[in-house]
Design a protein around this ligand. Structure first.
Ligand SMILES: Cc1ncc(COP(=O)(O)O)c(C=O)c1O
Length: 433
């Protein structure tokens, strides 16, 4: 406990120091004000009530997000707070002013701690799609091998597998998530047969934000000798993650949604013992472990790096990855548990409000406590979904239209910069629809 607290407080101190240094460099009063806000919200090891509106209002001041917009689309893109933007600016300046190069391996280590795994189990990526592609192409699958997926995939989670189906003849079996975790598990079990090789599911589908029982699914996969590949686009930052405990072979996530980090940043967890099974196909500087030489009679690449670095190589954007580090500091300053409880409460508020209008819409996210957090899906009964989406956009309420898999529904997602007022603006439009 002492260690955890001291790690947290040292993270917080670093964060405060960084923000203060940036402020001095910019010598701006605005910067000083932000630095004082950081002090005020510093709560890593305190419990903050989800309805402590004064605390969350203070947090909101750290986001440049336009005030007259009810931004209810964090599921697509998480707007960054000032400290993240400032960290990116500073690292980019250092690179261009001082000719600094490298330094992104430190980001992989920080991400590893963030999701409770080891440093050598994290590969840096640029988005979830890249991570899923690495996992999909690296899996030893042959024609006729079966992969279980949902009917609620995002294109980035689906296409790599559909492409392998096209090119290599793998077979895709699908199920539609049920309204309870246990029913969903039963559905997956019923699809498993002698040809099944992998269970490939989103932790939280993009369509309606249902939390799937990832740990139980991975246990089932392990018991049946199957690979478990989790699309974690909405996991990191939405809730505390312990990927060792989850037991997946692979977890692909991004930093530009719930982590509120730079856009075009992500990471891929590959369980250490699984790294010799998952073949690296995209390789470059950093993927090997030896001195290679094209002058030898038979030029060869050395052994793969003894870590997830085998899955990525070459130059990365230091500015973006320093922004990722700052986003982890930001989350830890507030506390991931505090964030989760706040956004889950906002999600419940949104769901409860939507449920009141059952004459006008169907809520498609389960109400089961363990199956929901802060993304809610709904289908309008008599108004065409794009028409209502456009009405929202015209009234400065940003939600997401869900075209995926023929759902033609709508989605609302809330993060810590939101309040119940943002949700109320949406509800007013529903009342009038
Ligand atoms: C469940 C899911 N998987 C994959 C993706 C693709 O993410 P990225 O754009 O980071 O590749 C998304 C994006 O919204 C998503 O919601």
């Amino acid at each position: 406990m002492i260690t955890i607290v001291s790690i947290m407080s040292s993270t917080r101190k670093n964060f405060i120091k960084q923000v203060s240094a940036a402020t001095l460099a910019g010598v701006s009063l605005q910067g000083l004000a932000k630095s004082s806000i950081i002090h005020q919200i510093s709560a890593a090891h305190k419990t903050i009530a989800h309805d402590d509106e004064s605390y969350w209002k203070t947090v909101r001041q750290l986001f440049p997000l336009t005030k007259d917009l009810a931004y209810l689309n964090n599921g697509t893109m998480g707007p960054s707070p000032y400290p993240v933007i400032e960290a990116m600016r500073r690292a980019m300046m250092d690179c261009d002013q001082l000719g600094n190069y490298g330094g992104w391996e430190a980001t992989a280590s920080k991400l590893a701690k963030f999701v409770n795994v080891n440093d050598d189990e994290i590969a840096l990526t640029h988005n979830v799609t890249e991570g899923i592609n690495i996992a999909c192409w690296g899996l030893p699958l042959k024609k006729g091998d079966e992969v279980i997926m949902t009917t609620h995939e995002h294109v980035g989670g689906a296409f790599p597998w559909l492409n392998r189906r096209k090119l290599h003849g793998i077979v895709i079996k699908t199920f539609t998530p049920a309204s309870t975790a246990s029913e969903t598990l039963n559905l997956i079990s019923s699809l498993i047969n002698k040809k099944t090789r992998a269970i490939v599911v989103p932790h939280i589908p993009c369509t309606q934000g249902q939390i799937l029982p990832a740990k139980e699914i991975c246990t089932l996969a392990k018991d049946k000798g199957l690979f478990s590949i989790i699309d974690g686009a909405h996991g990191a930052g939405m809730m505390p993650l312990n990927l060792h405990d989850m037991g997946c072979d692979v977890y692909a996530s991004c930093c530009h949604k719930w982590m509120l980090g730079p856009k075009g940043t992500g990471f891929l967890y590959v369980r250490k013992e699984f790294q010799d099974t998952l073949q690296p196909y995209f390789v470059g500087g950093g993927s090997d472990n030896a001195k290679w030489n094209m002058m030898t009679a038979v030029p060869e690449m050395g052994d793969y790096a003894p870590s997830a670095h085998r899955y990525y190589g070459a130059t990365q954007s230091i500015g973006l990855y320093k922004g990722v580090e700052a986003s982890i500091d930001f989350i830890e300053t507030i506390g991931q548990e505090n964030i989760c409880s706040r956004i889950k409460a906002l999600g419940k508020y949104a769901q409860d409000q939507l449920l009141k209008y059952s004459d006008k819409l169907d809520v498609i996210t389960p109400t089961e406590e363990q199956s929901r957090c802060s993304i809610m899906g709904f289908k309008m009964k008599s108004v065409e979904y794009m028409k209502f989406y456009n009405t929202c956009a015209e009234n400065k309420v940003r939600i997401r239209a869900v075209h995926e898999n023929g759902l033609d529904s709508l989605r609302v997602s809330t993060h810590i910069y939101n309040t119940t007022n943002d949700v109320d603006k949406l509800i007013e439009l529903i009342k009038k629809a």
